[in-house]
Write a protein that binds this ligand. Structure first.
Ligand code: GCU
Length: 680
C-alpha cells in the first residue's frame, strides 16, 4: 500500500503530487498478469493516487485487455527483460513491459521522470536494466541514543525513522514514505541498523524479530528487501555460549537456528551485514580464524534460505603508534583480504569501501576491487556526509560516485568498478565459470528531519545514489537536473539555473577548501570530523597522517621508497601512481611526500595551489548566498530558510578551513602567497 505522510510537515522529496501530473492526467491500463504480489498493489495504488489527483483514469485489466482508449499501458509479461523494463511508444500509446511487478514499478517511475516526454512521438522499445542486481542502503541507526554519536551514527538529519523510545517505532509511516522513495529510484535492499552492533540492537536478530518483520512489511511492497547488521559475537552475547568460534559445532548450530527463526518470520529476508574485527567489533581473529572462516559461518546458516552475507572489508589497525612509519592504514584491506580470494562461499559478498582509507572527498579507488576475481564484491559509498560537510555544506556527490563507478581499475580496462561489482565472466569454479554479482551499497543520509536529510539539497545525493546504482553511466549533472525537475515541478526557470550553479561542481568546491591534493582528513576529531584541524589526526592511533614538516608534505606510498601501497594496484595504475611524473595532481599527496615547491601538472607549486584553491573556493561559496537569496518566494519558504541558514554556516566553515590551511602551510613552509592575500 502506498501511504501518504501522516505528518503534513514531512517534505515529499522528489515525489510531490505535482511531479506525477503528466502520468496522472492520462488514461492508464495496469495489467499485472499473474504477479499478484505486494509490489503490483503498489503500482496500482500509485496510478490510482496520481489519476485521482490529476484527472486521469485507471483501469486494472488483464492480458486480454485492449490498449485502445489508453495513453499508457503498464504490463507484466514473461518476455519482459530480466530485472528491468522496456518502454516503447506505438500508435500513440506508451507501453511499459516488465517480467514482474517490481520491474513494472521501476518502469512506472521511469515514466514519471520522463513526464510529458513519455507521451511524445512513437519510438522503438528502449530497455533499462540495472547493472548491479543489489543496490543497497545501510543505515547506521541505533535503537538507543549514543551519548557521543547520537542515535544515528554519522547522521546529520535528526533521529532514526525506525526507532524511538528504545524500540522500533509504533508509527512507522515515515518508513513507508521512505520505502516509496527508495522503490522509485530502484534501491532494492536496506540494512536497518548500525554496523557497529551494540547490545540492544544485537537483539533485533532474536527478540526483535517481530518488529523487524513490521519494517520488512513496509519495504516489501516497494521491491526492497530488509537486512540486519549482526554482531559476530551473537552466539555469546545472545545465545549464552562460551565462544563464537566459527569452527565450533555449537556456534554453527546457533547461527543455523537463528537464521531459521528469521526466515520463519520474514521469508524474503535479505541477509546480514557484518563489520568484524574492525574498530572494536568482535570477529574471527579472536579465535585464530580468518575472515573467510568468519563469513562462511554466517553464509552457511543463510544459504538454505537464499540469504546473503555482506561482509565488510573495512579492517585495519586502529590502535596504531604514530611513531611507527611502516604500518600504513591504506594497505590494510588488501593485506587482509586479497590472500583470501576464492575462499568465500558463493553467498558471501565482500563489501569494500571505494577508497583504501575512509570515505574521504578524494581517495584513489581501493585496489581490493581489482585483486579478488574469485570473490563477489560490492563497492561501498557514503551518502551521509561524514567527511563532506555534515549536511550543512552543499556537496553534491553524484560526480564523485560517477567517477568511482566508472573507474577502469582492472587490468582489462573494459572492467570498470561498476562492472567488477556486477560479476565477472569466467572467474569461478561454476559450470559457467561466471562469478555472480555483488552490488553497490552506501550509507544512508536520512533521519526523522522534516526534509529527510537535514540540508534539503542533500536529498539530491540520495536520489543520485539510487539512479547511479541502477545506471552508473548516467551523467550525474543530468541526474541532478532530473532531481530538480521532480522536486520543484513547475518552478520558475531561475530555480533550476541557480541549483545548477550551486550544486554541479559543489564536490570539487568542497575539496578545494578542505584537505589538499588527496592527502585527506585534516578534520576535527572532536567535532565528529567536521571543520578543520590540520594536525587533528597527526599523532593519533587511527593511522591517518600527512607528515608535513618544514620542507614538504604527503605520504610516500611508493614501492621504491615508501609503504609499497602503490604496488597493490594492477598495471597501469601501479606505475601511474608510483611515478611523480604521472601521478595525477589530485592524488599527489596520497602517494608522494613532496617539497612545497614541487610543480604540479597544472604548472603551480604545491604551496601556491593550496593558497589559491582555498581562497578561490571560499569566494565561490560566498557567491552562493546571494544566488540563493534571489530565489526567495520561488521555492517553499521553509525550504528556502533552511538552505539559507546552512549556506551561512558553509561560508563560515569554509572560511575557517581556508584560513587554517593557508596559515598552516605558510607557517610550515615560510613561503609567502604570491597573490598577497591575507595569511594569519
Ligand atoms: C568510519 C566512521 C565510523 C564507522 C566506520 C565504518 O570510521 O567514522 O563511524 O563506524 O567508518 O564504516 O564502520
Amino acid at each position: 500500500m502506498v501511504s501518504a505522510s501522516t505528518s503534513p510537515r514531512v517534505h515529499p522529496a522528489w515525489l510531490p503530487d505535482a511531479a506525477l501530473a503528466p502520468l496522472g492526467a492520462r488514461r492508464v491500463l495496469v495489467d499485472l498478469g499473474r504477479d499478484a504480489g505486494p509490489v503490483g498493489a503498489t503500482v496500482v495504488e500509485e496510478v490510482r493516487r496520481a489519476t485521482a489527483a490529476h484527472g486521469g483514469a485507471l483501469t486494472v485489466g488483464d492480458d486480454a485487455s485492449s490498449t485502445d482508449g489508453h495513453d499508457l499501458v503498464l504490463r507484466v509479461a514473461p518476455d519482459g527483460p530480466d530485472h528491468g523494463f522496456t518502454r516503447l511508444r506505438t500508435g500513440g500509446v506508451t507501453v511499459v513491459v516488465a517480467p514482474d511487478a517490481t520491474g513494472l514499478l521501476h518502469g512506472l517511475h521511469d515514466v514519471v521522470r520522463a513526464g510529458d516526454a513519455a507521451f511524445g512521438a512513437d519510438h522503438a522499445p528502449v530497455t533499462s536494466r540495472p547493472v548491479a542486481p543489489v543496490r543497497m542502503l545501510d543505515h547506521w541507526d541505533n535503537i538507543d541514543v549514543h551519548p557521543v554519536m547520537g542515535q544515528v551514527e554519522r547522521g546529520y538529519a535528526g533521529g532514526s525513522i525506525f526507532y524511538a523510545d528504545g524500540r522500533v517505532r509504533e508509527d512507522l509511516s515515515r518508513v513507508a514514505d521512505y520505502a516509496r522513495l527508495l522503490g522509485s529510484i530502484g534501491i532494492n535492499a536496506v540494512a536497518i541498523n548500525n554496523v557497529n552492533v551494540h547490545r540492544t540492537e544485537a537483539r533485533l536478530l532474536t527478540d526483535g524479530l517481530a518488529d523487524v518483520a513490521r519494517v520488512a512489511d513496509l519495504f516489501r511492497p516497494h521491491g526492497v528487501r530488509t537486512y540486519l547488521s549482526v554482531s559476530f559475537a551473537s552466539p555469546v552475547v545472545l545465545g549464552g555460549l562460551t565462544t563464537s568460534d566459527p569452527a565450533d559445532p555449537d556456534v554453527q548450530a546457533w547461527w543455523a537456528a537463528a537464521a531459521d527463526r528469521v526466515y520463519a518470520t520474514i521469508p524474503d529476508f535479505g541477509g546480514f551485514v557484518v563489520k568484524a574485527d574492525s574498530e572494536g567489533q568482535p570477529g574471527p581473529f579472536a579465535y585464530g580464524r580468518d575472515h573467510a572462516d568468519g563469513a562462511n559461518l554466517l553464509a552457511r546458516a543463510l544459504r538454505p534460505h537464499g540469504g546473503t552475507v555482506f561482509w565488510r572489508a573495512f579492517v585495519y589497525n586502529h590502535e596504531q603508534d604514530w611513531r611507527d612509519r611502516r604500518t600504513d592504514r591504506a594497505r590494510a584491506a588488501y593485506d587482509h583480504f586479497a590472500p583470501l580470494d576464492g575462499r568465500f562461499d558463493e553467498n558471501v559478498v565482500l563489501q569494500v569501501k571505494y577508497g583504501p582509507i575512509d570515505f574521504q572527498p578524494r581517495e584513489p579507488i581501493s585496489p581490493v576491487l581489482a585483486a579478488m576475481p574469485r570473490t563477489r564484491l560490492a563497492v561501498e559509498l557514503q551518502v551521509t556526509q561524514e567527511y563532506t560537510g555534515h549536511q550543512k555544506h552543499v556537496c553534491y556527490l553524484g560526480p564523485l560516485w560517477s567517477q568511482v563507478l566508472g573507474f577502469p581499475l582492472a587490468e582489462d580496462a573494459t572492467r570498470d568498478v561498476a562492472r567488477i561489482v556486477s560479476g565477472l565472466p569466467g572467474h569461478r569454479d561454476t559450470p559457467s565459470g561466471d562469478l555472480p554479482a555483488g552490488g553497490i551499497t552506501a550509507v544512508s543520509n536520512v533521519g526523522d528531519d522534516e526534509f529527510w536529510t537535514g540540508h534539503p539539497l542533500a536529498q539530491a545525493n540520495l536520489y543520485a545514489y539510487g539512479r547511479l546504482a541502477w545506471n552508473p553511466e548516467a551523467d550525474p549533472v543530468e541526474l541532478l537536473d532530473e532531481w530538480i525537475g521532480l522536486t520543484f515541478p513547475g518552478a520558475d526557470p531561475r530555480v533550476r539555473a541557480t541549483l545548477h550553479t550551486l550544486m554541479d561542481d559543489s564536490w570539487l568546491t568542497y575539496e578545494a577548501y578542505t584537505a589538499p591534493l588527496g592527502v585527506g582528513f585534516m578534520v576535527d576529531p572532536g567535532r565528529g570530523h567536521y571543520g578543520p584541524n590540520v594536525d587533528g589526526y597527526e599523532y593519533s592511533k587511527w593511522g591517518t597522517y600527512h607528515f608535513a614538516d618544514r620542507d614538504g608534505i604527503g605520504v610516500d606510498r611508493t614501492v621504491a621508497t615508501g609503504t609499497g601501497y602503490a604496488g597493490q594496484y594492477p598495471s597501469p595504475w601501479r606505475e601511474t601512481y608510483e611515478d611523480l611524473a604521472t601521478c595525477p595532481d589530485e592524488l599527489l599527496l596520497f602517494f608522494h611526500h613532496v617539497p612545497y615547491g614541487h610543480v604540479l601538472h597544472s604548472g603551480k607549486t604545491v604551496v601556491q595551489h593550496v593558497y589559491d584553491s582555498r581562497a578561490d573556493a571560499v569566494d565561490v561559496v560566498t557567491s552562493w548566498v546571494d544566488a540563493w537569496a534571489a530565489l526567495d518566494g520561488l521555492v517553499p519558504d521553509g525550504l528556502h530558510a533552511r538552505v539559507a541558514e546552512r549556506l551561512d554556516e558553509q561560508v563560515r566553515s569554509a572560511t575557517e578551513w581556508r584560513d587554517q590551511v593557508r596559515t598552516y602551510f605558510f607557517r610550515k613552509s615560510g613561503v609567502p602567497d604570491a597573490t598577497g592575500r591575507p595569511i594569519y
